[in-house]
Design a protein around this ligand. Structure first.
Ligand code: SF4
Ligand code: MG
Length: 316
């Protein structure tokens, strides 16, 4: 198994009253209430691990995650419970994450009753309202997951997450398995729910195009490290990191000006044995001798825009 959690969790640190999850200042990955953050990278880059650490599914091997200003290591049982409920995760394959022997009524309604968020006698009404909010007919509450389409099952997964009244939802490739036409519907549902439920999202995807459609800010990861963080507009119009530029060159269509960025070359190295120095150096068109030996640190280029590339140290 790939253990990237340590390096990643190191990034999650300091606290801030205004943030749901906050990262240390030099990394600039505070997640602000109501925003949508996209995390993009090739498979094996650690983006799923980052999501799972934030959602508390994987423990950080080092470092800390803070929720609502409190490091999880310092939390009492009540605060841990609030974190567990407050951060919910939605996965790529709704069939695998929904119990096939449970009816939607229980898939969505059981946990909120157990956690005391709703009384047992109000469960049916609660589930019915949630189903309506995600665009499902409440009359289907007695059905089983296999009786729904892929897109409908993902809506059940969303209703299940919403039932716990989360503040942050981590979506890991949440639309990747759906048909393109259905993807847009589900993405639009996410955006509508964001306003309605005052939600914050961390959207994990290998597809910069999908993430660009929904995100306020984008985090680019490569082999377990964050290489660039910027507002979505900046990522598309003025990307700094050569890896981000390579990802952009591979997007099939872009409304923004097409740039002459070179597409990414070579295979993704094993995350178990990342290249020395800057892990991107074997694939980077701008690699310098220094890149093979020294790992670049994230540097703030402008407020809200950080990138880890030695080119930023060169005189302009
Ligand atoms: Fe390329 Fe060097 Fe920048 Fe890494 S540090 S992205 S190898 S120029
Ligand atoms: Mg993944």
């Amino acid at each position: 198994d790939i253990d990237l959690a340590g390096r990643i969790a190191n990034l999650m640190g300091a606290d801030n009253r205004a943030s749901v999850v906050h990262a240390v200042a030099d990394v600039d990955l505070e997640i602000r209430p109501g925003e949508v953050i996209g995390v993009v990278g090739e498979s094996g880059c650690g983006k799923s691990t980052l999501g799972r650490v934030i959602a508390g599914i994987n423990p950080p091997t080092e470092g800390t995650v803070s929720y609502l200003g409190k490091p999880i290591g310092d939390m009492n049982a009540t605060e841990r419970r609030a974190w567990g409920l407050g951060v919910q995760m939605i996965f790529q394959n709704p069939m695998a994450s929904l119990n096939p022997r449970m009816r939607v009524m229980d898939i969505v309604g059981e946990a909120p009753v157990v956690h005391g968020l709703v009384k047992a006698k109000d469960k049916a009404e609660y589930v019915g309202a949630l189903m309506r909010q995600v665009g499902l007919d409440p009359d289907y509450a007695q059905r089983y997951p296999h009786q729904f389409s892929g897109g409908q099952r993902q809506r059940i997964g969303i209703a299940r997450a919403l039932a716990l009244k989360p503040r942050l939802i981590v979506c890991d490739e949440a639309v990747a398995a759906l048909d393109v036409s259905i993807q847009a519907q589900v993405l639009n549902l996410f955006l509508a729910l964001r306003r309605e439920f005052d939600l914050t999202y961390l959207f994990i995807s290998h597809n910069l195009g999908v993430v660009g459609h929904v995100s306020d800010r984008v985090v680019i990861m490569y082999l377990g490290r964050i290489v660039e963080v910027a507002p979505t507009e900046t990522i598309f119009n003025a990307p700094n990191h050569p890896y981000t530029q390579a990802l952009l060159s591979e997007l099939p269509t872009l409304e923004t000006t097409r740039r002459a960025y070179q597409p990414i070359k070579g295979e993704l190295p094993s995350p178990l044995a990342p290249p020395s120095g800057c892990a991107f150096h074997p694939r980077c068109p701008h690699a310098m001798p220094r890149c093979q030996v020294e790992a670049p640190q994230l540097r703030t280029l402008q407020p809200g825009h950080t990138s880890a590339c030695h080119l930023n140290d060169l005189p302009a």
